[in-house]
Design a protein around this ligand. Structure first.
Ligand code: HEM
Length: 497
């Protein structure tokens, strides 16, 4: 009987059964949970990926969905469901009021950074590493003289490097990235590098490639889509970015490990020169048995390098571009620099409180530049109710920072570059809806450092140069989407003042 049945089933029938089986399993897996945030029609297997056909500007997709569904909706990419939340009220709810329930980072499938270091770790490991890094940065003088002097030294080098161009058109990306990443190198490895140092250039090149490999929406989408079953093998073999990422990561790790070994050789337990020294002290305290282990120190250092370089240097590139596009705003900043600091003395952090206009311009650069539009993803740590919707434990959450920083009800002219957004009666005006560093207990760990760098680099450059479009060129604030929202590469003239 069985034999008869088997022989009468054709290959076509088998295939039809298989397809029906896959559809039913997919439907069961992704069928809407009761009271889950609304979403558009989802295709089998790929979910809402069809909504992202305009890969160059996912913000438009998100904005359309916000208009249709309101402050909270869901989105399915392959096997993963995201919940997007919009607006100041919901951002505060997720990041602050119910912050504990949304404190974790998602474990991204195939992600080689998963659950180590600062950015991707969770629970006890994250708490320990975060507390240690904040304390160590504070000890090295964040807000005190030590770190400020390191940034000022780097400002002098960057001004010299821009001066070498003699007012001719050049792409500032390379020099700005060198300067910004040197600050992190100085705090972690104890020394800055000459911009032409071979080791330094190798490090920056590897980081740049990693950012490129991780950064494209297409690559992230493929990563998410191909996590089910054997597809991940296909991804690794045919769409090789994972393989290259793993290779680059190995090289980066061995660069950092070499530095750690060097520190171990001439380590003096009673004196700490940099983050690596302080970490070695922590490791010695708990014999390397707790959260402070060599593997984690490598990830922490790499996290600081990645999180601290791309973000700040991209913001400085936006700042120079906006200045060249708005010469009247640039002239206003320079007038304030001349009045408060003069043309000779180097800018210092204590000048900031006397420079409301410059401070407002830097804030507006960050608002309009909007370099991390959807925040870094979070994950719910337990079943939670959010605005009367049910959010099961383990759901991915994206807080749409764009919806807060471009909210028509909060900002007078949200789509224009307008420093007046941050000025009231000539004084600097801090706005609640300004949150490029995010808010709450898991907000950016480097905010204080980044704000110091932005102020000192920006004022040092504008004290010495006027930024202009090259002759016969019109500059515009076009976006290049990657791991951050950066300006399209541009050339600019830094004309000595
Ligand atoms: C303009 C510059 C910067 C911007 C706009 C920025 C923005 C952000 C944002 C939006 C997050 C995610 C926060 C969240 O999940 O709610 C973040 C996390 C982080 N940032 Fe920054 N950042 C900048 C500079 C820096 C610098 C200079 C450092 C290095 C010290 C740094 C280190 C980190 C780290 C380690 C995290 C992960 C924190 C955690 O998960 O606990 N950032 N940043």
């Amino acid at each position: 009987m069985l034999r008869f049945l088997w022989e009468s089933i054709s290959l076509q029938m088998l295939l039809v059964f298989l397809v029906i089986f896959l559809f039913v399993t997919d439907y069961m897996k992704h069928r809407k949970m009761k009271n889950f945030p609304p979403s558009p029609f989802a295709l089998p297997f790929v979910g809402h990926i069809y909504q992202l056909l305009n890969f160059h500007n996912p913000q438009i997709t998100v904005q359309k969905l916000t208009e249709k569904y309101g402050d909270i909706f869901s989105f399915q990419m392959g096997s993963l469901s995201f919940v997007f939340v919009n607006g100041l009220r919901m951002a505060k709810e997720v990041l602050v009021n119910q912050g504990e329930n949304f404190m974790d980072r998602p474990e991204i499938p195939n992600d080689i950074f998963s659950n180590k270091g600062l950015v991707s770790s969770n629970g006890h490991v994250w708490k320990q590493q975060r507390r240690f890094t904040l304390t160590t940065l504070r000890n090295f003088g964040l807000g005190k003289r030590g770190l400020e002097e390191r940034i000022q030294e780097e400002c002098r080098c960057l001004v010299d490097a821009f001066g070498d161009e003699q007012g001719n058109p050049f792409n500032p990306q390379f020099k700005v990235t060198n300067a910004v990443s040197n600050i992190i190198c100085s705090v972690t490895f104890g020394n800055r590098f000459d911009y032409h140092d071979e080791d330094f250039q190798k490090l920056l090149q590897l980081m740049d490639e990693m950012v490129g490999l991780t950064g494209t929406i297409m690559s992230q989408t493929l990563q998410v889509l191909t996590t089910e079953g054997g597809f991940s093998v296909l991804y690794s073999m045919c769409l090789s970015p994972l393989v290259s990422k793993a290779k680059n990561l190995r090289l980066l790790k061995s660069f950092v490990k070499e530095k750690i070994d060097k520190h171990k050789e001439d380590w003096n337990p009673s004196e700490s020169r940099d983050i690596i020294d302080s970490y070695l002290q922590e490791m010695a305290k708990d014999n390397g048995s707790g959260a402070f282990q060599e593997e984690n120190i490598v990830s922490c250092v790499l996290d600081l390098l990645f999180a601290g370089t791309e973000t700040t240097s991209t913001t400085i590139r936006w700042a120079l571009l906006f200045m060249a596009i708005h010469p009247e705003i640039q002239a206003h900043v320079q007038a304030e620099i001349d009045a408060v600091i003069g043309q000779v003395r180097q800018p210092a952090l204590e000048d900031r409180s006397n420079m409301p206009y410059t401070n407002a311009v830097i804030h507006e650069v960050q608002r309009k530049g909007n370099i991390i539009p959807f925040n870094v993803p979070r994950m719910s740590t337990k079943d939670t109710v959010l605005d009367s919707f049910h959010i099961p434990k383990g759901t991915f959450i994206s807080v749409n920072l764009t919806s807060v920083m471009f909210d028509k009800d909060e900002w007078e002219t949200p789509d224009s570059f307008n420093p007046e957004h941050f000025l009231k009666d000539g004084q600097f005006w801090k706005r609640e809806s300004f949150m490029p560093f995010s808010i709450g207990k898991r907000a950016c760990l480097g905010e204080l450092l980044a704000r110091s760098e932005l102020f000192l680099f920006f004022t040092s450059l504008l004290q010495k140069f006027t930024f202009q479009a090259p002759p016969d060129t019109t500059l515009s604030p076009q976006v290049k989407l990657g791991i951050t929202m950066a300006p399209q590469p541009y050339k600019i003239c830094a004309v000595p003042r």
